[in-house]
Structures are given as C-alpha cells and as structure tokens.
Design a protein around this ligand. Structure first.
Ligand SMILES: [Fe+2]
Ligand SMILES: [Fe+2]
Length: 276
C-alpha cells in the first residue's frame, strides 16, 4: 500500500471560511478524532493476527493512512474554527473516552474471518460517509480532503477483502448465520460510545457546562451525520458490504436487499429527527 498523498498536497490557501457549514464542521471534528484513534486499532489487529506476516505487514501502513485522515480533518477543523484545538479534544478522549480492548489475542468478532468482514464493513461505511461529505461540502478544501479520503477507504476495503478471501480459501468459510451476526453486531455498534464521546469532546466539552450523556451525544452526531446521505451514498457502501458478505450486487437477492437497506436506514435516521 503506497501513500498517495500527504497534508502538503492539500491547497490550504484555497480555504473559504464563508462556505463552512456548522453542522458539517461538528461532524468533521468528530471524524478527526475517530480516524486519529487508528494507532489503537493497529495494536489490536497486530494482536489478533499475530503470526500472519502478510497481513501484519500491511496493517502499519493502513494505520498511518487512517491517522493521516485524522490529521487532515483536524487541520481543516482548526482552520474553520480557530477556537477548536484538536490536541485538547484528543487528550480528553484518550483520558476518558472509549478504549479498544488492546490486550486481547482473539478477535472480538469471534474469528479472524469475522474480524476481516467487520473491517470490510467499516471501510464500506467510511467510503459512503466521505463520498456523502464530498457531495455535501461547499467549502473547496474540505471537498478535496473528503474526496482523497473516500478513495483511500475504497482501497482499504479492497485490502481487507483480499485477506478475507484468503482466509475463506484456506479454511472453512464462516456460515451465513455467523456472517450475519458479524454484520448486525457491527451495525449495532455504530451507535456506541466511540462516536458519541468524540462528538462530546470536540463540540461540547470545554465550551458548555454540560456533562457527557452518551445517548444525547450519539443522537446529535447521528442526526447530523446520517442527514448527509442520499440513496446513492448508502447503496455504494451497501454493495461493498454485500460483496464482502459473498453476494454479487447484480443478483436478485442483492437487488432486493439494497432498497430494504435504504428503507431501514431512513427509518433509523427518522428516529433521530423525531428525537430532535
Ligand atoms: Fe479513514
Ligand atoms: Fe480506512
């Protein structure tokens, strides 16, 4: 995996403050923290895949790229909001926020295949997410950054999927039930503490005298983030997930599942709108 770009490739001079959207800014600050947490994921993956040299060899570079996503988004957010300090927020997260179980030697998904399928899911959803941001952002520097990140996320998906397919060829493939469990488990976690606390640390803590409420912060984050998605963004990630799952997106079952995914997504999103 080669590094395609660095922070020096971004034309920071092209930044247009008048085109910053405050809701989008809140999301970008949160995303910067989550991306910057990649070092912990590298440690976790190296533990889970110990002995698999082919995989461990590429995990470091993957982690560097994720960290760079965080650095680019953080720099943009600090440009857009001079009162925002990424370092301060990140310190708050490392001290009080969500922590990955770093000491484990087995995947929390139950198997290496489950872990790789789960990673494919994450990279599919980040592909959708940054494509949606590229389309939503009017500020040109953010649009450029989001476009670059989206391209990286597609490549990351390809990386994890290649290794997933290697495991599926070398050992018994996970049953459909187990694969469904991994997918549903990962989707269920999307509302977890990681994003909620990152939202709190970047947008609320130190600014308002409000203590952390996971449910409220998760709702605030998701209300903004899910609102970015159009059907094509969701289907882009949906097709990637179906492929990793072992379904061809042009088959009848997949063609049926995509509209169902969109309906379920809209229902999920409307809960946050109602709560607001
Ligand atoms: Fe990323
Ligand atoms: Fe990624």
């Amino acid at each position: 995996m080669s590094k395609h770009w660095t922070l020096d490739d971004i034309d920071w001079q092209a930044f247009e403050p008048a085109k910053v959207d405050s809701a989008l800014l809140a999301i970008i600050k949160t995303a910067a923290i989550v991306e910057a947490n990649a070092a912990d994921y590298v440690t976790y993956l190296l533990n889970v895949f110990e002995g698999d040299e082919a995989f461990c060899a590429v995990v470091h570079q993957w982690g560097e790229e994720e960290k760079q996503h965080g650095a680019a988004l953080a720099r943009w957010a600090e440009l857009a909001d001079p009162d925002f300090s990424f370092d301060e927020s990140f310190k708050r997260v490392t001290e009080d926020g969500y922590q990955l179980p770093l000491e484990v030697t087995e995947s929390v998904r139950g198997s290496r295949q489950g872990e790789l399928l789960s990673r494919c899911l994450v990279e599919s959803s980040t592909t959708s997410f940054y494509t949606a941001i590229t389309d939503a952002a009017e500020e040109p520097v953010l649009r450029d950054i989001a476009k670059r990140i989206a391209a990286d996320e597609v490549r990351h998906y390809g990386l994890f999927r290649r290794h997933l397919e290697r495991y599926e060829a070398d050992e018994e493939k996970l049953s459909i039930l187990k694969r469904i469990r991994v997918v549903l488990g990962r989707i269920g976690e999307a509302d977890d503490d990681e994003f909620a606390f990152a939202y709190y640390a970047t947008n609320i803590a130190g600014r308002q005298d409000v203590s952390y409420d996971q449910e409220e912060c998760a709702a605030a984050y998701h209300r903004h983030a899910l609102g970015l998605y159009a059907r094509n963004h969701l289907e882009l990630g949906g097709k990637m997930i179906l492929r990793a799952f072992g379904l061809k997106p042009d088959r009848v079952l997949a063609k049926t599942l995509l509209p169902v995914m969109w309906l379920a997504f809209r229902r999920h999103r409307s809960q946050f709108d109602k709560a607001a």
